[in-house]
Design a protein around this ligand. Structure first.
Ligand SMILES: NC(=O)c1ccc[n+]([C@@H]2O[C@H](COP(=O)([O-])OP(=O)(O)OC[C@H]3O[C@@H](n4cnc5c(N)ncnc54)[C@H](O)[C@@H]3O)[C@@H](O)[C@H]2O)c1
Length: 304
């Protein structure tokens, strides 16, 4: 049983991680400013402070709670917002993350697990990206994540960096710049047609949230000072994603097409390193993951 801080623990991935850590009888403390995260996602057995990670009180919390492990997920994760508001993005994603790292160093945290992104790679490179590929982020969000990876490497803290591909599952935000699966599920659950941008042949590497949580738990004891892609290594087109969702939801609504936007054409991350080092592999296939996610969005429509 360890004393664990989860920053961003009221968010999509963080709240699932908190649930699993508590099941394993760890003592879990969550720091989240609830800018995106929701109180109802937060497990009532976790201790909670509504706080920004960049706030000076964070140090006091580290002093008081003597955390042994830190899972650092709190982030401004909207790419478009990061382009329009790079300073605000950096305040959370760079300065806030540095505050977490400095506090972890000062109070002798045993290990920090940091959540990075596919957005650190060159978007025009041929997938799947490997961890050894040259980094070439083109958004403030991607730059901030790669900068924090570098800080961790010189921090003398024990760390694991998890570079996540496109995560999906229950509790994902379907508003704003939400993941495409969440957006499609919400539309279909409300019997409305989703919009497919560009040709629909653009690809992403979709990984189910429970598989990310499983890799996160393994990272407590494995993968010291490693950077690992957490992904399926498979590319799925938006067209095929939509076809599967329309079928399993039994809606067969025709998607709206025609809108052109600038976006990455292909994306996927090789996961061989994580498989070897964490003795982990993703176990939820896309069909099952989509079904679970869609079911959750249906439950949400009943609750409103
Ligand atoms: N979802 C994905 O596909 C994906 C992919 C790659 C990387 N990641 C990374 O994984 C982590 C979790 O992502 P998520 O999808 O669960 O996002 P999320 O937005 O649901 O969770 C982030 C949480 O951080 C909180 N937060 C934001 N700014 C904060 C601040 N300054 N202080 C305290 N709390 C703050 C939000 O309220 C939210 O609960 C993030 O670091 C994100 O960059 C996610």
């Amino acid at each position: 049983m360890a004393r664990i801080l989860v920053t961003g623990g009221a968010g999509f991935i963080g709240s699932h991680l908190v649930d699993e850590l508590l099941k394993k009888k760890h003592k879990v403390f969550v720091v989240d400013d609830l800018s995106v995260g929701k109180k109802e996602f937060l497990n009532s057995h976790a201790k909670f402070a509504k706080m920004k990670i960049q706030a000076p009180q964070l140090l006091k919390l580290f002093r008081k709670e003597s955390f042994e492990y830190v899972y650092h997920l709190a982030a401004q994760k909207n790419l478009q917002y990061s382009k329009e508001h790079p300073v605000e993005d950096a305040e959370t994603n760079i300065v806030g993350s540095l505050r977490v790292i400095e506090a972890a160093k000062k109070f002798n945290v045993r290990k920090i697990i940091f959540y990075s992104t596919a957005a650190v790679y060159n978007p025009d490179s041929t997938p799947p990206n490997k961890e050894s590929d040259t980094l070439q982020p083109i958004t403030p969000y991607g730059i901030a994540k790669s900068v924090i990876e570098s800080y961790l490497q010189i921090s003398r803290l024990s760390y694991t960096v998890l570079r996540l591909s496109n995560v999906y599952g229950p509790r994902q935000d379907a508003d704003g710049e939400g993941g495409v699966i969440a957006v499609f599920c919400k539309k279909l659950a409300n019997k409305k047609p989703p919009q497919i941008y560009n040709t629909g042949r653009q690809t992403r590497d979709y990984i189910y949230v429970a598989d990310v949580v499983k890799a996160s738990l393994r990272s407590m004891t494995k993968g010291n000072n490693e950077i690992l892609n957490i992904s399926t290594g498979k590319e799925t087109t938006v067209n095929s994603l939509y076809k599967t969702l329309a079928h399993l939801s039994n809606t067969h609504i025709t998607a709206i097409r025609g809108k052109k936007v600038t976006e990455q054409i292909r994306s996927s991350l090789a996961n061989t390193k994580a498989k070897n080092i964490l003795t982990w592999s993703p176990s939820i296939n896309l069909n099952l993951g989509l079904q679970k996610t869609y079911n959750w969005f249906i439950e949400q429509t009943w609750q409103t």
